[in-house]
Every structure is written in C-alpha cells, then in structure tokens.
Design a protein around this ligand. Sequence first.
Ligand code: RM4
Ligand code: MN
Ligand code: MN
Length: 429
Amino acid sequence: MFKAVDKEIINNHNLKLISDLNSDFDHLRKKLERNKVNINDIKNKIKNFQVAVPTWGVGTGGTRFARFPGIGEPQNIYEKIEDCAVINDLVGITQKVSPHFPWDNVSDFKELKEFSDSFGIGYDVVNSNTFQDQGEDNLSFKYGSLTNADQSVREKAIQVNKEAIEAGMTLGSKGLTVWVGDGGNFPGQISFSKSLERYIESMKKIYSNLPEDWKVYLEHKPYEPAFYSTVISDWGTSYICAKELGEKAMCLVDLGHHLPNTNIEMIVSRLIDLNKLGGFHFNDSKFGDDDLDAGSINPFELFLIFNELTLANKNGKLKEISYMMDQSHNVTDPIESLILSSNEIALCFTKSLLVDFDLLSELQDANDTIGSLQLLKTAFNTDVNPIVSMARYENSNAIDPISIYRSLNYKQNKSKVRTSSKGSSSGIV
Ligand code: RM4
Ligand code: MN
Ligand code: MN
C-alpha cells in the first residue's frame, strides 16, 4: 500500500477536507438516527467492502471501429498492476485485480506475484480467453472454442483454461471465470443441442482440474460476438450447466450481459435462492454489453441488485460472492473511471444497508405498493457520500480520490517512461 501514491500527499489533501466531511457526516448521522439507523455500523461494513479491478480495464478500450490509445497507458501486466495500485491507494476498496489469460501471461508468475505484493495488490478470480486465436498452430477458435465441432480445437480451449488455473494458483487466486464467445451468426449454423452438450463435456474436463478450494464461474451473454445465438445465452442455461457440473460451479452475473429491460435484480434473487450466485461483473449499459462505468446509466438498478444481496445476507442466504468490475474505457482515463465506478458500487451497497427489510416485508404483505416503493426510494435518494468518504478516510485513503489523482499528473509522467502503443485497430480492450 502507498507505493503508487505517496501517503503524505493523501494525508495533506485529506487535511483540507476533513472538517467539512465531519460536519456532513454528523448531519447524516442525526438524520439516520431518527430511523434508528446507526451510521457507524454501516460505515464499518463499507470499510471492509472490496471489489476487484479487471486488469484489462486499465488499458484503453475500443469499439468495433477503432481504438484511440490514451497517453501513458500500460503496455503489460506489470504496468497494469502499477495503475491498479494507484486506484487502490486512493480508494482502498480495490485490493485485488482480476487478470485475463493469455493476455496477462508472463514467463515467471512468482515474480509477478512478488511485484504485485509489493504494491499491496492481490488476485481475485482469473479469466480465460478463448474468444480470439492464439499460438502458431492451425487450431482456430473462429467457429467456437469449448463447443467447436473439432475435438482438437476443444482440447486446445480446455488447455487455455488449465493454464489460466495454473497461473491463478501461483498468484493466489481461488477461482476461474469462463466466458465463451461461442455461438452462431446464422440460423442453421450450429446445432443448439450438440454445442451445449460439447460445452458441458469440455467444462467437465476443466472442472476436474480445479483445486479443492477453487470455484468456477460461468458467465452468460445473449449476443456478441455471435449475433444469432450464443451457447450460454442466459442465466437459466448458466444455472443448468453449473448444476450439472457440481458444487464448485457457480453463475456469474455480468450486468451488461442482458437484453435491454431485463430484470437483473430478479435474476440475482433467483440465483441466490438456487444457491448458485457466485459473482458479478459490474458495469452499466444502455443497449447491451456496452461495458460502461458502473452506475453511470442506471444507478437505481445497481441499488436494487445490492438490495437483494443485503436482504439475502440478512436472511443468512448469502455465500461468498466475488465482486468484480468489467468495464471498457474508450473515452475516459481508465483510472478515473474505475475510481468513480468503485465509488458508485460502494454507494449503492451503502444505500441498501439503509433499508428496513422487516418493514418492507410487512408493507409487501399488506399490499402497500406505494409504501414499499417509497421505502426503497427513500434509501436510494439518501446522499450517503459522507459515509463512503469517511470509510475511505478512516482506512487512510483519499476523501476525494479523483482530485488527488488529477493533481499527480500520473499519466503525463508515465508517458515519458512507457512506450506508447500506436494504431487505431479495433478491439474491446
Ligand atoms: C466479455 C465478458 C468477459 C470479459 C471479456 C473481455 O464480454 O464480459 O467477462 O472477460 O468480455
Ligand atoms: Mn464480463
Ligand atoms: Mn462483456
């Protein structure tokens, strides 16, 4: 901690803001007390909250049309870790990163772990990439990876996942997320039935390579890159596969992986009740898998998701959940986006802690529709910034992370030592 951002700079900045924060916090404390809500209990929960940063998220993303590189952007996993450490030194709730393989492959993972340890950065769930070709052989993922008609291509995709598990073991991860781009672009292109069968067969082989204390997270997505059908298209398919695989297999909900207007909070509730909710990829979207910053478009939805989680936790139904962001930053400095997004996520979690779920249950049973909605809206409309900022302050992080970050001129300085990537090739990351 505080290798990427000097602690003194944070302290000096905080000194200028603490008096205003104290009075805002006190005002909110009194307000919440009227509803018998103890602000310090909530603050302590926020101080312990964590959400992982995707390593691919600190690189500048692109669209299908072009990629416009940002200045001083990281070129390899070491530089990505440096950027992630800047974020964490400022916000403190992003102590882990979620790496992507083979994108983040290195020759010596022990050395990488020592490097990230020195920045106070650990590893959350690892991700495998079988959605683009790799290696010199002729085994292409063009027509699918784990579900490809050709067994040798399937074996190659299984091998990519095994290698991701091995890398993750050295790095201290405890899980693997599998998202496949497999599917079809045209009616008749693939057999729905055979591809699902092959997926399960391939996943069983990956599953058998999981260490005892690991989980595998299955990520569904309705379209893209396949536009007519995807093999793991929705949470129901994901659930069926997770169930078939066994206890270590869980479902992962990427918020952007739903068609517009899907009720994601209800999916979350269902997966909790079915004991198969394993993790999240937080982001936001207007149309589909836009990978926009969490909470930027529909913060109410994010709040409603946390509402389900907080309720389930209260009822003893919630197991360990991996919270991760999955965003692509095309027009912003990724560091700023990830700081803001982690804050949005923490804010929505905080607001969910304000809800009186016993009262909500009474209102629901009394068919008091407006009363129920009002209860949720009151929590959602409460400005809980003083709680989240105070949690950061008490954890020795920044009260106002973005303004400190801007004062550092970090990317300008990095651009002098980092080689710049040219070109405008397309791509999501
Ligand atoms: C996919 C999916 C995966 C992510 C890749 C980069 O759409 O969300 O989780 O690893 O993008
Ligand atoms: Mn995702
Ligand atoms: Mn995605």
